[in-house]
Design a protein around this ligand. Structure first.
Ligand SMILES: O=P(O)(O)OC[C@H]1O[C@@H](O)[C@H](O)[C@@H]1O
Length: 149
């Protein structure tokens, strides 16, 4: 898959671990920055370009990291077509894709350890939307609101 990854300073160290891990799994990875640690940088500067790339189909899925993962998810969900969520455990990493067609995973670099983060990312990428009627119906209601905005 084509995967985009982005971080601010709060997730920088975790991104440094996750990016080569994604490549080791055979994914084509685009790095949206930050490219160096700057404790004054702002997560929207990296997460929004990633979110636009997910929405535009330039990458299949995104992984965004900030300190908590909250800021990254708040920012990413402002881009129409993005379904982002902060995930810190196994179940939601696959159920979020299977049921809710999650396309951008957010992680907290100050919350989730490297081994857990790798497991969550791999689970997220291996999961597929089921396409079940009830899930399509619910996502249609979400999209309808998005289109009104
Ligand atoms: O390092 P500071 O600026 O205190 O906090 C930055 C973090 O706070 C939240 O907005 C985000 O999680 C971001 O990574």
């Amino acid at each position: 898959m084509k995967i985009g990854i982005a971080t601010d300073h709060g997730g920088f160290e975790l991104k440094q671990q996750i990016l080569p891990f994604l490549r080791s799994l055979g994914h084509e990875v685009t790095d949206f920055g930050a490219y160096e640690l700057d404790n004054q940088d702002d997560y929207p500067d990296y997460v929004l370009p990633l979110a636009r790339a997910v929405a535009g189909g330039e990458v299949d899925r995104g992984v965004a990291v900030c300190g908590s993962g909250v800021g990254a998810s708040v920012a990413a969900n402002k881009v129409p077509g993005v379904r982002a969520a902060l995930i810190n455990e196994h179940f939601s990493a696959h159920q979020g894709v299977e049921d809710d067609d999650l396309n951008l995973l957010c992680l907290g670099g100050r919350v989730t350890g490297v081994m857990a983060a790798k497991e969550i990312v791999e689970t997220f990428l291996n999961a597929r939307f089921t396409g079940a009627e009830r899930h399509v119906r619910r996502l249609g209601k979400v999209s309808a609101q998005e289109n009104k905005n």
